[in-house]
Design a protein around this ligand. Structure first.
Ligand SMILES: [Zn+2]
Length: 343
């Protein structure tokens, strides 16, 4: 069993991780990760673990920092393999290499809704540049999480950047201690903050009619229904998916059901195309149904999608993940492992 350090710095890092993880506008389910570099080790969140559980559960694993960095330099297939320190079955986050590469001691990677509301726009880079002007920041074009993203971050990391805006993904903030890291996260969030548009409420009786005997239930989180009651949100949801965790937990395609008679046919067609039943059904004007068997993470991801889309002005041009990028995520072993853990 792995023992975590108990000094005040590490306890402060754990508390900060739990605090950030408890904010659904910064972290959803097992997404996002934090790390601290100490005494030659990189302590990083384990794959599949939730940041909000940082104080209640053991969610961090130490890896040999110099070894992982050497593995990145040598282009090893998995620079973390064999470099976990201590007796643990936990696997370090898929983003471990990104954390290792950055020079700052504390690295905070968040799937910030406010950042995503800019990063999914076609004009995202220019809009973010206006808002982060004066900070040591860089825009990072979309790459699959893991080594492809790590390689894309090499140049800005070497240039001493402290804030990375990841296209269609989130933010990374680096600082020399937890207090400075949290302050920088708050500053970035303040600059990128967008108010959510109000959305029409769900049509509960109509939605209940769709749910009856379907294996789906109305979403419990009221925000989720905006995906189907707000015409602009629905149009964007039909266009495609916007960031990696959405694909991992909800698949690569929204399932829209216009009338009750079409429900079983729509589910079967979705299954035929995607190899799995949809995790959610969007009923235009009525609301969102979630598969009764879906994990809690699915509804958290739907909430994130609604929160992002409600922060886009109507008519905004968005940039979805390409079919190739979606396929890459769906066929990715490390991510399947994480998904299995999360279920
Ligand atoms: Zn991420």
């Amino acid at each position: 069993m792995l023992a975590l350090p108990q000094d005040s710095e590490f306890r402060g890092f754990v508390a900060l991780s739990a605090r950030l993880g408890a904010d659904p506008l910064l972290v959803q389910a097992a997404g996002g990760n934090t790390s601290i570099k100490r005494d030659g080790a990189l302590w990083i969140k384990a794959s599949g673990k939730e940041l909000r559980a940082a104080q209640a559960d053991t969610i961090f694993v130490p890896v040999d920092l110099a070894g992982v960095r050497a593995g990145i330099e040598r282009d090893e297939a998995d620079p973390t393999a064999g470099r976990v320190q201590g007796d643990t079955a936990l696997r370090p986050s898929i983003e471990t290499t990104l954390h290792a590469l950055l020079p700052q001691r504390v690295v905070l990677h968040l799937h910030s809704v406010n950042a995503l509301a800019w990063e999914v726009r076609s004009d995202g880079e220019a809009r973010v540049a206006e808002r982060l002007a004066g900070l040591p920041w860089a825009w990072v074009p979309y790459h699959r999480p893991g080594l492809p993203l790590t390689r894309a971050v090499r140049a800005p990391a070497a240039a001493g950047v402290a804030v990375l805006a990841l296209a269609n993904h989130g933010i990374v903030v680096g600082a020399d201690d937890c207090i400075a890291g949290e302050a920088l996260v708050r500053e970035v969030e303040r600059r990128l903050a967008v108010a959510a548009r109000p959305a029409p409420p769900p049509a509960a009786p109509r939605l209940a009619g769709f749910a009856n005997g379907s294996g789906y239930r109305p979403a419990a989180d009221p925000v989720v229904h905006a995906l189907a009651t707000d015409a602009a949100c629905l149009a964007w949801a039909r266009q495609g998916v916007l960031y990696p965790d959405h694909v991992v937990f909800l698949g690569g395609e929204a399932c829209v059901v216009d009338d009750l008679a079409a429900l079983s046919g729509a589910v079967a067609a979705h299954r035929a195309r995607n190899g799995a039943e949809p995790a959610a059904l969007l009923v235009p004007g009525a609301g969102v149904l979630v598969a009764a068997r879906a994990p809690a993470a699915a509804e958290e991801m739907l909430r994130c999608q609604a929160e992002v889309l409600l922060r886009l002005p109507a008519g905004t041009a968005i940039r979805c993940l390409s079919a190739a990028a979606v396929g890459e995520l769906l066929n990715w072993d490390a991510e399947k492992f994480r998904q299995r853990l999360a279920h």
